[in-house]
Design a protein around this ligand. Sequence first.
Ligand SMILES: [Zn+2]
Length: 288
Amino acid sequence: MLNYVKALEIRTNKERVEYVKKVLKEKGVQYESQPFRLRLLKGENIIVNQYCTPNSRNQFLITAHTNKYFTSPGANDNASGVSVLLKIAENLRAKNVSENAGIKIVFFDHEDGLAYLDGSTYFVKNVDLSKVSFVLNIDMVGTGSAVAISPRLAKKTDKYTAYLLNFLDRQKIRYLSFDLPPLISEDHVPFIKRVPAISLNLLPKSDMDYLVHWLRAPLLSQIKDWLLLRFNRKNHPMFTMQHRHNELDTSEFIQNESLCLCEKIIMDIVDYHIAQRTSFPKERPFHN
Ligand SMILES: [Zn+2]
C-alpha cells in the first residue's frame, strides 16, 4: 500500500483518478466512472461495482477521496485512504466475493481545495441510496494507531458502527468520536441525513491525547487553537495537522503499519457484513 501512496503523491488530481482506474484494471476489478460538473469544477468519481448490483439490498459503501489539497502532495490526506481502498478491492477479488455481496467501493473526486465535498455531494444526489445500510469514509489513515471517528456518536448507534466499536474494544484500539470543528468537513457529511455514515481517521497517540484535551478545553482556548490550525499549521500541536494541506504531507511520514491497521478494521466489517447477508432468510423457491 505504501507504494500506492508514493505513486499517488507525485500526481495531479486528474492523474490520481487515472491511476486508480489503471490499478483497478490491472487487478481485474470492475468499476464505472461517474464524471460530474458541480459548482466550479469538473471531476470524476470511480465506483467499484463488481461486488454490488443495483438491486443488492443492505449495501455497505466504503469511500475515500482521491484529490489532494492544491499543491500539497496529499500523502496522508488522502493517498493513504485511497491506497487502503485499492487493497480492499483487491482483497475482495481474492476472496471471490460475489456481485450480490452489496459492497460498493467509491473514490470521490474534489473533496476540498476549490471544492466543498463536490464528489460525494454529486454522488448522493445522483445515486439511489434507498438500499444503503452504512457508509464508511476513510480519510488520513497513514499514521498512528488511534482511531478518530466523526460525527460524535450517540450511545445508541446503527449496527455497523456498534460492530466497529466492539471490534476496536476487542482489539484494544483506542478511539474517540467527535464533531469536526467549523470549516473542516469530510465526505460522510452529504450522507448523514439519509443513511448512517461516519468518517474514520488514524492518529498517533500524542495527537489523540491532544484531541481529548482540546475537546475538554474552554471554548475560548478551543477557538485559539483552531485559529492556529488555520493560519499557522506548522506550529499546530498535532502531528497530523502539521502535515496536512501543506508540502509536509509526504509519504516519508506514512507508516505501513497504519495502512495495514486500517485494512484490518475495514476487512473485519466486510466479514461482518457478509455474515449478516448469509444469515438473511432466503427467498422461498417458487413451485407450480
Ligand atoms: Zn481529506
